[in-house]
Ligand binder design. Structure first.
Ligand code: GTP
Length: 264
């Protein structure tokens, strides 16, 4: 921790893994895969669900916002639409988050990870006060890492790729936490192209230029900005469907947690 108070009772475990991703990235399937992997590999994990509106989860959650906040009731009581209902539910849960932290602290010796699933609408978590409060509460108590799930086949066009990376970049600067890019669906499309673009911005700029429907100085400039961003993260290829890349993913989380212990 950066503050003195944080250093004194800061433990290396559990590592909090906050999983975020654009709609369709496969976040839910990926969470399910992470949970199965921990069970199969004797990794001791807690699962937390922060999506109040999810009807059925394909995996069990040890801590579930739905046990505390009734989303449908919140919508009725405050006369809100679906997104307002999710946001207000998250606000209500955030006010009790110290209790959630205590529960994890009590179990800390028996836990390697806490896998945190966030609402399907990514911005509800990444751009809300309660999302920031929850993230900060985690990060001031445990090493905390963001896992950003990327839809690899849908990011094959250079401009879509760049938009996706800019979004991830904004999350990095907003949370200031270590970030792992999980290039998902590698059973459909390998993420090699992404690694090449991230390694060498000239390769990326050439790809943008080759996309003749789109020639832009902005894209050229942004690729330079992103070059700096790429140096601050780890990326792995995964498939939530086949289970490929799980070891790499957890290695990247461990390395990020080590970095967290050194820097924060
Ligand atoms: P939420 O927003 O959390 O509801 O989930 P999501 O929309 O991000 O992802 P979801 O898990 O519902 O997956 C979206 C689609 O991608 C589904 O059709 C999944 O079957 C598919 N999918 C997810 N992971 C993979 C993968 O690794 N490979 C392939 N081929 N398809 C995947």
């Amino acid at each position: 921790g950066s503050g003195q108070a944080a250093v004194s009772n800061f433990k290396r475990k559990p590592v909090i893994v906050i999983v975020v991703g654009m709609a369709g990235s496969g976040k839910t399937t990926f969470m399910h895969r992470l949970v199965s992997h921990t069970h199969e590999s004797n990794i001791r994990g807690y699962v937390m669900n922060l999506d109040p509106a999810v009807m059925t989860l394909p995996f069990g959650a040890n801590i579930d916002i739905r046990d505390t906040v009734r989303y449908k009731e919140v919508m009725k009581q405050f006369n809100l639409g679906p997104n307002g209902g999710i946001l207000t539910s998250l606000n209500l849960f955030a006010t009790k988050f110290d209790e959630v932290i205590s529960v994890i602290e009590k179990r800390a010796d028996q836990l390697d990870y806490v896998l945190v699933d966030t609402p399907g609408q990514i911005e509800i978590f990444t751009w809300s006060a309660s999302g920031a409060i929850i993230t900060e509460a985690f990060a001031s108590t445990f090493p905390t890492v963001i896992a950003y799930v990327v839809d690899t086949p849908r990011s094959a066009s250079p401009v879509t790729f760049m938009s996706n990376m800019l979004y991830a970049c904004s999350i990095l600067y907003k949370t200031r936490l270590p970030l792992v890019l999980a290039f998902n669906k590698i059973d459909v499309a390998q993420h090699q192209f992404a690694l090449e673009w991230m390694e060498d911005f000239e390769t990326f700029q050439a790809a943008v230029n080759a996309d003749s429907s789109y020639s832009s100085n902005l894209a050229q400039s942004l690729s330079l900005v992103l070059d700096e961003f790429y140096k601050n993260l780890r990326s792995v290829g995964v498939s939530a469907v086949t289970g490929a890349g799980m070891k790499d993913f957890f290695n990247a989380i461990e390395a990020s947690a080590d970095e967290y212990m050194e820097t924060y």
